[in-house]
Design a protein around this ligand. Structure first.
Ligand SMILES: C[S@@+](CC[C@H](N)C(=O)[O-])C[C@H]1O[C@@H](n2cnc3c(N)ncnc32)[C@H](O)[C@@H]1O
Length: 404
């Protein structure tokens, strides 16, 4: 997505192909068999299979994955390499603050086909950072086919020696995840007749349907209680219980340094507030966003906005110190992304085409209706968090809210 907030922000692209691309038949059979054997599935289980079932789920197919060519959405690093270049500046600052260790690892979860990794490495090289000789990227990717594409992309970019398979060892450096948390399976709930109900997935008359039932786990109510959330009658919401396990595992991989998470999300009070009373679940197919997870099963991305409050709590449960939470626009501004534009403008080698691509890429990366409004969340272990890191030090003036 990274123009994934389209549903909420009204930011859409024209569909290039019809919305209904059909479901993966074998995956549908597998889901139906599970429903037949054990009854309606939690939405989290449905989403797990739809996205992650080996060979069949959306993220487990051999296709290239997110990107401009034929993909369903465009992430920030795929939008323009300047994103990676700005992140490189943040990585460089972490390296400095760690005392310039001889090796600095960037462990990238959901590394995809390497757009961000190449952006970071190219950025370090362009800025003549000595870190280029100390940095090693460790991609963590659920789909092995994408790891091969990652490898090939780094090799083509001349960075073959700067990456290696991820180990289980805690690293000194940066643990990074751009647009991964939003794809963790979520439960769906609804407040109905004064009590919490859970939306389960059943099969009826040749299609998947939702049925409301008592919650399958007390953890759902517990999450809302801890966050002080009271849903209103008829309100729908998603709850990501998988977040805690993911954060614990990712944090365990950080020995010293920064955990940097970038995704679209909101504090719980906003995520579960009246503006999002229908929830935030969205499906992406052919650069088009819609709200039906039960079509194109296995062939469309399914996501929900991230509960930033739950991320903060999980970070602190993992023993990490908060570094800051800011918007992507502010993060990039703090890292001097606009100066990079001016630099390119005054460089006689910059072609008109490259300049225009850079300028429009930058607009998307900063635009709150595209990815500029994403949340950048930083946590640290055994790392000095003051003064604030550059990416977390910048605050744009807030537009006063209106019409509410
Ligand atoms: C939306 S893409 C983002 C790719 C890349 N980070 C970027 O910004 O361009 C999500 C990527 O994360 C991978 N992924 C999703 N869940 C994952 C998980 N739990 N562990 C590792 N990789 C995961 C997917 O296979 C996919 O390549």
């Amino acid at each position: 997505m990274s123009e994934r907030r389209g549903l909420e922000a009204g930011f859409r692209r024209e569909p290039r192909e019809p919305l209904d691309v059909g479901s993966e038949p074998t995956l549908v059979d597998r889901l139906r068999a599970e429903i037949a054997a054990s009854g309606p599935l939690t939405f989290a289980r449905f989403m797990e299979l739809a996205l992650y079932e080996p060979g069949l789920g959306y993220y487990r197919r051999a296709r290239s994955g997110p990107g401009a060519a034929g993909a369903d959405f465009l992430t920030a690093p795929e939008t323009h390499p300047i994103f990676g270049r700005a992140v490189a500046r943040q990585v460089h600052e972490v390296w400095e603050r760690l005392g310039r260790p001889a090796e600095l690892v960037v462990r990238e979860h959901g590394a995809g086909t390497g757009a961000l990794a190449v952006g970071i490495l190219d950025g370090l090289a362009a800025e003549r950072s000595p870190l280029i000789d100390a940095v090693v990227i460790e991609p963590v990717e659920i789909e092995a086919a994408r790891l091969a594409a990652f490898d090939e992309r780094l090799r083509r970019a001349g960075h073959a020696r700067r990456h290696r398979p991820a180990s289980r060892e805690p690293i000194t450096g940066v643990v990074l995840a751009n647009e991964v948390l939003d794809a963790l399976p979520v439960h769906r709930v609804e407040w109905r007749d004064g009590r919490l109900r859970e939306g389960l997935v059943d099969w009826l008359d040749g299609r998947f349907i939702e049925v409301l039932a008592p919650p399958t786990t007390p953890a759902l109510e517990e999450r809302l209680r801890i966050e002080g959330i009271e849903l209103r009658e008829g309100q729908r919401a998603e709850i990501c219980l998988a977040l805690d396990g993911w954060m614990a595992a990712a944090s365990a991989g950080l020995g010293r340094g920064l955990l940097l998470l970038i995704d679209y999300g909101h504090p719980a009070s906003q995520l579960y507030g009246p503006r999002r009373a229908a929830g935030t679940l969205a499906a992406y197919v052919n650069h088009r966003v819609h709200a039906d997870p039960f079509v194109n099963v296995g062939r469309q991305d399914v996501t929900a906005h991230v509960d930033v409050t739950a991320v903060e709590r999980a970070g602190s449960a993992a023993g990490l110190a908060p570094v800051g939470i800011t918007s992507q626009a502010e993060f990039l501004a703090g890292l001097g992304i606009e100066a990079l534009l001016r630099e390119a403008q005054s460089d006689p080698r910059t072609t008109m085409e490259a300049y225009l691509a850079l300028r429009s890429g930058l607009m998307r990366l900063l635009d709150p209706a595209a990815t500029g409004g994403f949340q950048v969340m930083g946590f640290a272990r055994d790392f000095r968090v003051e003064p604030p890191l550059r990416g977390f030090a910048y605050r744009l003036a807030r537009t006063p809210p209106h019409g509410r």
